[in-house]
Design a protein around this ligand. Structure first.
Ligand code: ATP
Length: 200
């Protein structure tokens, strides 16, 4: 089966920047955030089940899932949250597997923001962590999203710590420098992964 490298890192660490660079090397990138949206897109069994459970008010005017309304429900209702997780996890797992199997590159990357937090690092062949000091995470996230410091700090506090991520890492990309400093690191890892993929 396909060799899968799981990629993660905290908010603003540079996951997208890094996976874009691997994509340029023709590595197929599977994005867990995109899959999480796709499994509840219009016309899916996921969305149908959610409407059946919570009623048509869970849809917006365009008949799409109103994420804010759903977030509000599960924020205050632990049973609803569990129900939703039990619905979504198998759908997400199935779709991730499907995309992994249909990947055509010799290895593929699975980008999962919460790889460490949700335990899915156990389901990949190798874990690649994009690492930066917290001060850079903060500065880059604030610059990109035009968000205030308190918001970014609260998101950082809800995520795994830098230390927790490094503990599960097989490989680490140091993104504390400028973007040109990524090129050599990415090229080395790419050749290493091609070698691993050739062995499976
Ligand atoms: P999130 O989880 O918040 O979506 P991410 O981990 O995908 O973030 P990116 O979007 O790749 O991170 O990077 C965050 C911001 O920092 C972007 O605006 C990006 O252009 C910038 N950035 C990434 N790497 C560097 C770097 N080495 N030097 C300066 N800026 C960088």
């Amino acid at each position: 089966s396909k060799y899968v490298v799981g990629v993660s890192g905290g908010i603003g660490s540079g996951k997208t920047t890094v996976t874009n660079a691997f994509a340029k090397l023709d590595v197929d990138i599977i994005d867990a955030d995109v899959i999480a949206r796709d499994v509840v897109a219009q016309g899916t069994e996921g969305l149908r089940a959610i409407v059946e459970k919570f009623g048509p008010d869970i849809l917006d005017q365009g008949q799409c899932l109103n994420r804010r309304a759903l977030r509000q429900i599960i924020f205050s209702d632990e049973q609803a949250k569990q129900w939703l997780n039990q619905l979504l996890h198998p759908l997400i797992r199935q779709e991730t597997l499907r995309q992994t199997i249909s990947a055509t590159s010799s290895y593929c990357m699975l980008s999962v923001p919460l790889l460490v937090e949700n335990g899915s690092y156990k389901n990949v062949d190798r874990v690649l962590i994009v690492d930066v000091p917290e001060a850079s995470q903060l500065a880059r996230s604030m610059a990109r999203d035009d968000a205030d410091e308190a918001l970014i700090r609260s998101i950082m506090a809800s995520q795994a710590s830098r230390q927790q991520r490094l503990e599960v890492a097989d490989d680490v990309i140091d993104n504390s420098g400028d973007e040109s400093a990524l090129t050599v690191q990415i090229s080395r890892l790419h050749h290493k992964y091609l070698g691993y993929a050739a062995q499976v």
